[in-house]
Design a protein around this ligand. Sequence first.
Ligand code: G1P
Length: 293
Amino acid sequence: MTAAAVRTAVVPAAGLGTRFLPATKAVPKEMLTVVDRPSIQWVVEEAVAAGIDDIVVVTSPHKKPLDDHFDRAVELELALEEEAKVDLLEKVQEVTGLARFRFTRQESPLGLGYAVSMAARQVGDEPFAVLLPDELLADGGQTLKQMIEVAESTGESVVALIETVGAEISNYGCAGYSSRDGDVVNIDRLIEKPAFEDAPSNLRITGRYVLTPEIFDKLARTEPGRGGEIQLTDAMAMQIDDRGMRGLVIDDIGFDTGQKTDWLRANVELSLRTDDSLAIVAMLKAVLESNGF
Ligand code: G1P
């Protein structure tokens, strides 16, 4: 049986962003700039490139800039219009026009599973994508598109997986599998942040999921797990027996913009993909040379 089309993406963005304090004291971490736009816009653009046109952002109190970024900015637009700054006006309007945006507030920080459950009403009875905004693929939506294809042809949930080295697996959700066909595995076990010796494989869950809507019933029945939080991984583990689950093994996670050095790398690497790349290379060389490297 095949599943319905995936039209909606949920972006959980309620975290405190403690790794980036003090930068994130008053500014949501998802609003930190990567090259020329906030990191959350990169993630939304990735979803849109994969064919999604409905975005549900799960925010928390004090995260109003996220709503504002995707909302109309009437005064700014009028000012740009009066000054005939057409290019800038287009950039501002493009953000609002990317998709339909809906926002839902998560009042308590009870974990990723809880955050996703906040979007149940907006998503309804359809398969949907989840994109964790700390991970920035910048691959033009290719991975998500492939995941959606697997989900649509199998009717199962699909999660993107990547190989880890050694004890790294203990920082992530881990997927065990019974068989592998090319890049697609049949998942038979999911454990959130297992001890190295208990990990059923070296494949870790990344921040990209395509989930069937039964996950909401499972989330409602998920007890607090690792770290006392409602874990999405635990709810997904309950789905395996009911209807199976696939993993798409990918080679490169792109950037973890929740880590300071990787956020900087994202800025450097992605700026090299812009029209300013030659000027950026010259600037980087000059900075390195003048600092004795
Ligand atoms: C979450 C998930 C985990 C996944 C990770 C990917 O963990 O619970 O399964 O591997 O995202 O980034 P967190 O980073 O929120 O602890």
